[in-house]
Design a protein around this ligand. Structure first.
Ligand code: 3PG
Length: 203
């Protein structure tokens, strides 16, 4: 993927994945891609996450990124595993600089004007808005985005199939993120594909 914008325009929803067993990686990725959600955010919250990235990359059509990337060391590990985009819950100068130097599409979490200004200083214009609902929801995003006409957002955190359309209707929102597509536990691939299909039909 060449840019964060390209990743964000693949589908209206980026599923946020917390995968506990690498054996689940391929069937979940296949179900998501079949349902119309090719951009997959594998969070680095489980011991097998890097192996999950490697496995999901074998699935045709999948564009696999790493989420919950907290520092340059984790960025390097994610890139080494083949991550094609990077998502973080927040923005630090160290991580931002490393991601820009690596040239990888990077969506850092922002929840206030200062975060966005730090990103702009680094040359970043595309952001996760996190935690979206807890930070004040759509009114908060509209107010924060107001001064930053160049900034685009992927709100994530507390968003559901029911609330996603309202978020997607906000001008600077290109897509949303959410974990509702793939519930915790033993994967039910037909349910995951149905969830993905419903999410892919939004907007
Ligand atoms: C994230 O890491 O982006 C969030 O944990 C996802 O939030 P959700 O579980 O409320 O969708």
């Amino acid at each position: 993927m060449s840019s964060p914008e390209a990743v964000m325009r693949l589908a209206p929803v980026i599923p946020v994945l917390v995968i506990e067993d690498v054996a689940h990686a391929v069937p979940i990725a296949q179900a998501l891609v079949a349902g119309g959600l090719p951009a997959l955010e594998v969070t680095l919250r489980t011991p097998c996450a890097l192996d999950v990235i490697r496995a999901m990359k074998q699935v045709p059509g999948a564009v696999v990124g790493a989420g919950t990337v907290l520092n340059p060391r984790e960025l390097d590990a994610a890139l080494e595993a083949g991550a094609e985009f990077i998502v973080s819950p927040g923005l630090t100068p160290a991580l931002g600089k490393a991601a820009v130097e690596a040239g990888v599409p990077f969506l850092p979490g922002t929840a206030n004007a200062g975060d966005i200004m730090l990103g702009l200083d680094l040359g970043l214009t595309h952001f996760k808005f996190f935690p979206a609902e807890a930070s004040g929801g759509i009114p908060a995003l509209k107010a924060i985005a107001g001064p930053f006409g160049m900034a685009k957002f992927c709100p994530t955190g507390g968003i559901t199939l029911a609330t996603a359309p309202d978020w997607l209707a906000v001008g600077p929102v290109l897509c949303v993120g959410g974990s509702w597509i793939v519930p915790k536990g033993e994967p039910d691939v037909s349910q995951i594909e149905a969830n993905a299909r419903a999410a892919a039909a939004l907007k």
